[in-house]
Design a protein. Structure first.
Length: 616
């Protein structure tokens, strides 16, 4: 099966080549030459998905190889023209090489852990092997495959069933069309029967989406370099690569962190004051990969309005640019909702979040009946307090402190698997622990530091607080702020983490990264609770055939850790965009902004409680 692992890597390279040619030939005005390599895979995703959509619905599958051939011909033409790199471009190339190396190391870790667990806990099929590693259920693992199969068979919703009782329009389709593009290009079979898939094609699919999720590095590297300089970019990439939660989430083959990647590139373009239409397009790519980006897209638009009204941190934006971004964004996002309305989809996943219905219930039960059952289940007080309850639980890692409490009451109950599970659950459900429990003190310090700076209030209001309040009111289920649903919180918390450590002494950075690495290893290897309960490793289970996979995983972790520490020591001195402006009484400034945020939350919660009165 090793050829499938390499074929998936080739697919990512080809997608990047397609994106690079697009950036070079048509988007060079907006994308700097030193950033094109980072933008290339995101643009390639959009192009491949669009071509697959046209090819599938016009029934001309030959369009996919012809398009690929033309792009490769354009690349060859460009390579014949030699260019001399300048110092700035050389430094960007150095960062690109370092980021690519981290991505490949993480890919190697994913392959090693997958092989390790499949030999210890073999499943009936590779889908179940992956389930035993991650706890990600088969429907979630294979959603993009099923979307690609539906399009390839030229089925029509709702006349044709999608997959069992699942609704095709529960999730946007770009992941399915990207999958279809490469399956058609490489002539891989898109067939299945009761979660049994052709083995080589299935391996390619898993590996392709592992790599696609790892492309998240290609967003945080240039963005954090813009914000904090080269040193901050290295620190951000290393901390993410060593995170146990990010590792397991990417391994689950969801289109989660792959969806954040284009959105962060849109923010990078905004910071450079370029391409409002391209910004909207990148946000749309993220949204069509995963719908959870929408609240943050709204917050990003509001942030642009703030910057146009009054410069925030030196960022000036013209109202015309904001208008172009808003109109393009409304059209691109609105097209999805219009389509859903026209085809008559009931989107049962929406009612799962708003009425806590079963995942397919809205397709068979009238919505008023679902709503009536929901309001009968809750009292007015419990419903009014539910968003506040979810917000409180999303801030602090209660799971880890529950573990410490149980250990204090009963020391003999200590188990490594319980400790590892508490780590994973804390990262999954607690926003401030998104960068790791080991990094939580640093994150808290970063929050205080950020709040004490000028302009941070409006930035946090638009990019964090308003999207969070939107989700708190819409997602009326327990533990609605699960990080694997709202992955963008990871980038927000990573900002707080890096803002403190970027100017710290090397020894402190090494200790922080080592803590995250150790925490990640424990979480990945031993946790019994992941996305669904599974079995972590027990060292007594390992045999001589298992140890090479475990050794490869640990060596790659140490390689990332050691490489990051060496690079941080010799990293060039380079200032970023974020510069802490001295303010009088920083603690007072931070407290005032924090109280303002709490007051806004209180006002929203009171308004929501009054709104809930109409149902009782």
């Amino acid at each position: 099966m090793r050829e499938m692992e390499l074929l998936a890597l080739l697919a990512i390279v080809m997608m990047s080549v397609i994106g690079w040619v697009l950036a070079r030939e048509w988007l060079g005005e907006w994308i700097d030459e030193k950033d094109r390599l980072f933008f290339a895979p995101a643009l390639g995703m959009a192009a491949c998905g669009s071509i697959a959509y046209v090819a599938a619905h016009s029934r001309v599958p030959w369009l996919i190889p012809v398009f690929t051939f033309l792009v490769l011909a354009a690349l060859l033409w460009r390579l014949l023209k030699k260019q001399t790199p300048g110092r700035e471009r050389s430094l960007a190339l150095r960062l690109f090489c370092l980021t690519s190396l981290a991505l490949l190391c993480l890919y190697g870790m994913q392959l090693s852990i997958f092989q390790l667990f499949r030999t210890v806990y073999p499943g009936s099929h590779e889908v179940w092997d992956l389930y035993n590693v991650t706890g990600v259920s088969p429907p979630d693992q294979m959603f993009s495959w099923h979307q690609a199969l539906f399009a390839d068979l030229h089925r029509h919703y709702p006349k044709d069933p999608f997959y069992g009782e699942t609704d095709l329009y529960d999730r946007p389709h770009l992941g399915g069309y990207v999958t279809l593009f490469f399956f058609k290009l490489f002539q891989l079979p898109l067939t299945e029967n009761q979660y049994v898939y052709p083995a080589p094609a299935l391996r390619f699919y898993h590996c392709f989406w592992w790599l696609s999720n790892n492309l998240y590095f290609f967003a945080i590297a240039p963005l954090f370099r813009r914000l904090f300089g080269y040193r901050g970019a290295v620190l951000a990439v290393a901390a993410t690569a060593l995170s146990g939660f990010v590792f397991l989430c990417n391994l689950g083959t969801w289109t989660k962190f792959a969806a954040i990647y284009p959105f962060l590139l849109a923010i990078l373009l905004f910071l450079k004051g370029k391409g409002p239409l391209l910004q909207a397009g990148l946000c749309a790519v993220s949204f069509y990969l995963h719908g959870s980006v929408l609240p943050f897209w709204i917050g990003f638009g509001l942030f642009q309005v703030f910057c146009a009204w009054h410069p925030v941190g030196g960022i000036t934006v013209r109202f015309r640019s904001v208008l172009w971004f808003g109109v393009a964004g409304a059209l691109l996002a609105g097209a999805w909702f219009v389509t859903v309305r026209l085809v008559g989809s009931k989107q049962p996943l929406f009612y799962y979040y708003i009425y806590e219905a079963a995942l397919t219930q809205a397709q068979t039960v009238p919505v008023p009946e679902i709503a009536q059952a929901f309001y009968a289940k809750h009292s007015w007080l419990s419903l009014s307090l539910l968003p506040l309850h979810n917000l409180l639980r999303s801030v602090w890692p209660f799971q880890f402190f529950q573990f410490l409490t149980s250990l204090f009451l009963s020391p003999e109950s200590w188990k490594l698997s319980h400790f590892a599970s508490a780590i994973f659950e804390s990262q999954r459900f607690s926003v401030l622990a998104a960068a790791g429990l080991a990094g939580l003190p640093v994150t808290l310090a970063g929050l205080i530091k950020t709040l004490s700076q000028r302009y941070s209030g409006r930035s946090i209001l638009a990019l964090y607080l308003i999207p969070t309040l939107l989700m708190a009111l819409l997602y009326r289920i327990q533990w609605s702020f699960s990080l694997h649903i709202m992955c963008l919180y990871h980038a927000f918390v990573l900002f707080l983490f890096v803002s403190v450590l970027v100017r710290a002494r090397s020894i402190l950075i090494q200790v922080a990264l080592a803590g995250i690495a150790l925490e990640g290893v424990v979480c990945v290897l031993f946790a019994d609770i992941r996305f669904l309960p599974v079995s972590g490793l027990r060292l007594s289970q390992l045999t001589s055939s298992n140890w090479p996979y475990l050794a490869a995983y640990v060596i790659l972790v140490l390689f990332i850790l050691g490489g990051a520490c060496l690079e941080l020591r010799r990293s060039p001195s380079e200032s970023g965009l974020v510069v802490a402006e001295p303010v009088p009484r920083p603690w007072l400034v931070a407290s005032r902004k924090l109280l303002g945020g709490l007051a806004l939350i209180a006002l929203v919660m009171v308004s929501y409680a009054l709104y809930c009165l109409r149902f009782y």
